[in-house]
Design a protein around this ligand. Structure first.
Ligand SMILES: O=C(O)CCC(=O)C(=O)O
Ligand SMILES: [Fe+2]
Length: 204
């Protein structure tokens, strides 16, 4: 039986050292994936992102949204945001992800990339509002895109393609030792939605 030979193995660590990244592959069936993509595109309150880069306020082409269980404040690229309450679809996705990872999440940052010209530069998600070494669960809908990790010291690279309806989990010391990015590409002409479920430290 070689039928499952090429299926992603969620127990496999994609990183060679200093962190853990597990790729689960597609975790929603085709109909659910299509429904969720269209629903998120329509019902999420998408806004162009604002960030302070080298002291200057910039507005990104990429759109973002921030949802949570509570009205959390969250500081990202030096701008503080307040979370909106989870929609029924976000709660459904969250429950599914919690069952698959055995972790609890209380917030979600969403990104909408209109096409391959939009991406996200190298960064790590270790803002002070997040639990230290907390787990991040990343869901992708729409166009498949490459996602790259780079080790902060050795500069070693690890690439993974994030499929429509797939789940990627980053945990342990990943954010301390690795950067990640979504490189821009000329090959992708359609939209991609990314959801990163996170664990905001409720003590703050
Ligand atoms: O779009 C992605 O896959 C990654 C997004 C990301 O890294 C982030 O929101 O922090
Ligand atoms: Fe990130």
């Amino acid at each position: 039986m070689e039928l499952f030979e090429n299926l992603p193995n969620p127990d496999q660590n994609l990183l060679p050292i200093d962190g853990t990244v597990n790729y689960f592959g597609k975790v929603f069936d085709k109909d659910e994936t299509d429904y969720l993509f269209i629903n998120l595109l329509k019902n999420i309150e998408w806004k162009n992102d604002e960030a302070i880069i080298f002291g200057k306020k910039i507005i990104t082409k990429r759109k973002v949204a921030w949802y949570g269980e509570e009205k959390f404040n969250y500081t990202y690229s030096k701008i503080t945001k307040v979370a909106l309450k989870f929609t029924p679809e976000l709660s459904l996705i969250k429950n599914r992800v919690e069952a698959m990872t055995g972790q609890k999440f209380n917030s979600c940052l969403l990104n909408l990339y209109h096409d391959g010209s939009e991406g996200m530069a190298y960064h790590s998600d270790a803002e002070k509002d997040l639990k230290k070494n907390g787990v991040i669960a990343s869901l992708s809908f729409g166009a498949e895109r490459k996602f790259s990790f780079k080790h902060k010291e050795s500069k070693e690279r690890v690439d993974v393609f994030l499929e429509n309806g797939s789940l990627l989990v980053m945990k342990d010391e990943t954010q301390t030792h690795w950067l990640h990015r979504l490189p821009p590409t000329k090959k992708v002409l359609s939209e991609r939605i990314n959801l990163t479920f996170r664990q905001i430290d409720e003590k703050i």
